[in-house]
Design a protein around this ligand. Sequence first.
Ligand code: XMP
Length: 489
Amino acid sequence: MTDYFRKKVHSDEIIATFDDMLIIPGYTNFDIDKIDISSKLGKYEFHVPIISSAMDTVTAEEMAIKMALLGGLGVLHRNCSLQKQLEMVRKVKRARSFVIDDVATIKVDAKLAEAKMRMEKDGISGIVVINDENKVCGIFTKRDFPYKEEIMNTGDVKDYMTKNVVSIDPGASREEALEMLFQHRIEKLPITENGHLKGLITTKDLKPEFPLASKDEEGRLLCALALSPKFPENISSLKLLKEIDHYTDIFFIDVAAFYKDVDIRGTKNLMESLESDFVLGNIGTYEAAEFLLTKCDFSEQFIGLKVGMGSGSICSTSIQTGVGAPTLYATAQVADAIADYNPKIGLIADGGFKNPGDLPKAIAVGADLIMSGHFFAGCEESPGYVDTIQGRKVKVYRGMGSKEARTSEFILDRYIEGESSKTLPEGVSDYVPFVGSVSGVLSTLKEGLRNGMIYAGANNISNMKKAKVGIISNAGQIEQRPHDLMGRY
Ligand code: XMP
């Protein structure tokens, strides 16, 4: 980043954001297919440096699973009970693993109708058959159902299942399993020990169609969850939280303004009781980052800072309170503090992204990853239904500080608590266009980022952070957009 821009965003006179700056073109001396947009946060590597926001109209389990499969991350929201959060993290962690641990089984004397019902209920295409000693004695798959409907009610599983089951030992490697599946032209491979079922490997899970997936060391999807900085009030909640911890890789402490003594103390207590990593946020200034990096004595679990206050498309914090730190400004400020005190800490620029071209801008001023709700709320994987308004398909997108979201008790401590928080919303609720699958949205965003990097002459994220940037004049801002046409703009 140029000193010119640093000085500008560090002066108290200019609080710049995306539309105020441009990246200055650079020299490109690499092949376009050599661009690497992967980025790091703590020990985790992401092929796609994009995260979906922890909001109840953006990220529940379906979005979190898809974002991780596609190489990014989805942070599960916290506008629900701990019990519900536990269900969500479990689903994400179990979504796609090398080995399925809790395999569906059926007794050998079961009827076909029961097998059909179980398979439909669990959404699976096959079931392992076990005998009275709980040993594997067959496999029954969709293909084994007799085509005559009347047999369905009377037929027995044992007469239609595959009896010569090919199985594999518990310690087998991925390659050994692949080899065996191929040799026998089968799709399901039970893991057995002395005939007892220990797990299941399927072709689908071994040969993922998602080569970029964000995974943990055991090959399971990475799972991130938003959390209040408040320490649980009772033993049973703490117990639940510890169970959640078991399935979660990264907790995102999720408050509108984290630079608060009470939240810092609460988070330190949480870190002592939990084992997962932590991203803290949101903050918006060099001073806040400096304080968190140097004065708080957080454990090694602290791996990242999330920045930006008031820029979100559904935010009204700055309007309602007069205070804010737009995402670009916050990113530049915090990037400097991280560079000064602890370059190992990751930086997530959160909210306010309107166009794909905003992504390279955030990276150029120091972000490692970007987070957005706006880009993903209209996807088919976000929670909620597709509605139709004046012939257009839409979905609801609401700020977590909106009146609508704050009807639940769980999110109140994201903002300033007290009587005023009930009457002064800091977010809005509205419709956004339905945009189809998240994979299409991510492709567009990745292209914007890649193309920006090519023009800037940067072949990877750390080189992109060295790109030259500058403030653009008002006249320049107008000229950048399509202009002097028939009046559409
Ligand atoms: P975008 O621009 O992607 O921003 O819609 C999403 C980010 O905005 C934050 N957020 C809020 N901020 N009032 C706020 O001031 C709210 O009601 C609100 N809800 C979410 C959050 O950081 C999110 O990632």
